[in-house]
Design a protein around this ligand. Structure first.
Ligand SMILES: NC(=O)c1ccc[n+]([C@@H]2O[C@H](COP(=O)([O-])OP(=O)(O)OC[C@H]3O[C@@H](n4cnc5c(N)ncnc54)[C@H](O)[C@@H]3O)[C@@H](O)[C@H]2O)c1
Length: 382
């Protein structure tokens, strides 16, 4: 009996591939772009972990030197091009011009390999409600799947990475960890973190001078330094007094417009960490060497660097970045004032956030939500 059900027609060409493999047409470019890969067997969805402010603080306390090193490596990674750091977006409110919420999305590759976003709000009216001005959350995304895997309280991360970058710049610009007199203008949260970093990195100084528009803030700050054993700072009457008597000055106010406009205050060549970005008049900027974290970011949003560019029509007054100082491609001119105005890069939040996350979770801290995404997300219904 003939069992064949099909006989190839005499005109059918012989198969070109192995006899057991049916010939398949090669995919066109359009096919490759539109075909979805075969779905893999279902896997559990990633978990989401949460670190509270207390978890973050526990991790940072006693590890500030390490935090500065994380920030240093993040700057170098960013400068080497292993990052994407889009411009921050500023959300403002017509009825509350003093308030803002800023988003800082970023990707940092190299040894860090993480993406994410910091969402940081500044509501200057908060202290009169009895709560801090700034609040923030940081989401870390896995770069393989895109899934956010961690949500961290971020005002402490933000303050710590800002203070870490400030003391790193101070060390690079002064050539060591000593300043005869350290001045602080604006004695709020960030100033407190800068002081903790200076203390933990064992900076040497003969004393502090502080000034705040609110005398009670300056006195409270002075009291807390005294209680910590640092020695009670002198409380100055003006910002000018602090600048003219300090060889390292830290500016951490919430001023929206320049309020220090006497270049003579820089005649003794101090190092100025201009963290609040909008305090110095362009005449002060032009009287100093200027360093920043990323020029494209820092020369916008009416910072003092931006106002200076608008006045002179160029950016040549910016000598370089912190990464340039780290790599030795620019140097401080001895005897000349140096101003560091860092915009604050999202990549730093990612680097410090991931470092905190890894250390905290390895120590068993934080809450893991295994079903944050869950099958409801995958199937659209339970
Ligand atoms: N560059 C960065 O990366 C970065 C990161 C975080 C915060 N910041 C900036 O640091 C600044 C300080 O933040 P914070 O959380 O410490 O604020 P804060 O509200 O806790 O403290 C600010 C202090 O400055 C004082 N002040 C306001 N105007 C002043 C003036 N003209 N002269 C003297 N003192 C004045 C206030 O009374 C207050 O005590 C803010 O401008 C913030 O945007 C910068």
């Amino acid at each position: 009996m003939d069992t064949r059900t099909h006989s190839p027609s005499p005109s059918t060409p012989p198969p070109s591939g192995p006899a057991t493999t049916p010939a398949r047409p090669s995919p066109t470019i359009q096919d490759r772009n539109t075909r979805t890969p075969e779905p893999a067997p279902r896997q559990p969805l990633p978990a989401l972990g949460i670190l509270t402010g207390a978890d973050v603080l526990n991790r940072l306390e006693g590890r500030r030197e390490e935090c500065v090193d994380v920030v240093r490596r993040a700057y170098l990674c960013h400068a080497a091009g292993h990052s994407v750091n889009p411009e921050s977006a500023f959300l403002r409110f017509p009825e509350r011009p003093e308030a803002r919420i800023i988003s800082l999305p970023a990707y940092l590759g190299g040894e860090f390999e993480v993406a994410g976003i910091k969402w940081v709000a500044s509501f200057p009216g908060n202290p009169s409600r009895g709560i801090p001005r700034a609040s923030a959350i940081l989401l870390l995304n896995d770069t393989e799947t895109g899934y956010p895997f961690a949500a961290l309280e971020a005002s402490l991360i933000s303050a710590s990475r800002t203070a870490a970058s400030a003391v790193l710049a101070a060390e690079l610009l002064t050539g060591g960890r000593r300043a005869a007199r350290i001045g602080i203008i604006g004695t709020g949260l960030i100033a407190g973190h800068v002081w903790r970093f200076l203390r933990d990195l064992r900076w040497e100084t003969d004393g502090f001078t502080v000034f705040d528009l609110r005398r009670d803030h300056a006195e409270r700050f002075a009291d807390s330094l005294a209680a910590d054993g640092t020695g009670r700072p002198a409380v100055a009457e003006t910002a000018a007094e602090v600048l003219s008597t300090s060889d390292l000055a830290v500016i951490t106010t919430v001023a929206g417009e320049p309020h220090i406009a006497d270049p003579g205050l820089l005649a003794h060549g101090p190092t100025v960490l201009h963290l609040s970005l909008r305090d110095l008049d362009p005449t002060m900027i032009l009287a100093a060497q200027n360093f920043t974290d990323d020029t494209a970011h820092a020369v916008r949003e009416r910072t003092s660097l931006h106002l200076t560019e608008q006045r002179v029509g160029h950016r040549e007054f910016i000598d370089g970045t912190l990464a340039d100082l780290l790599c030795g491609t620019v140097a401080r001119t001895p005897g000349r004032a140096a101003v560091f105005s860092p915009f604050g890069l999202g990549v730093l939040d990612l680097a410090v956030g991931k470092w905190v996350w890894e250390g905290a979770t390895a120590a068993g801290a934080g809450r893991i939500l295994p079903d944050f995404y869950g099958d409801a997300v995958r199937d659209g219904t339970l």
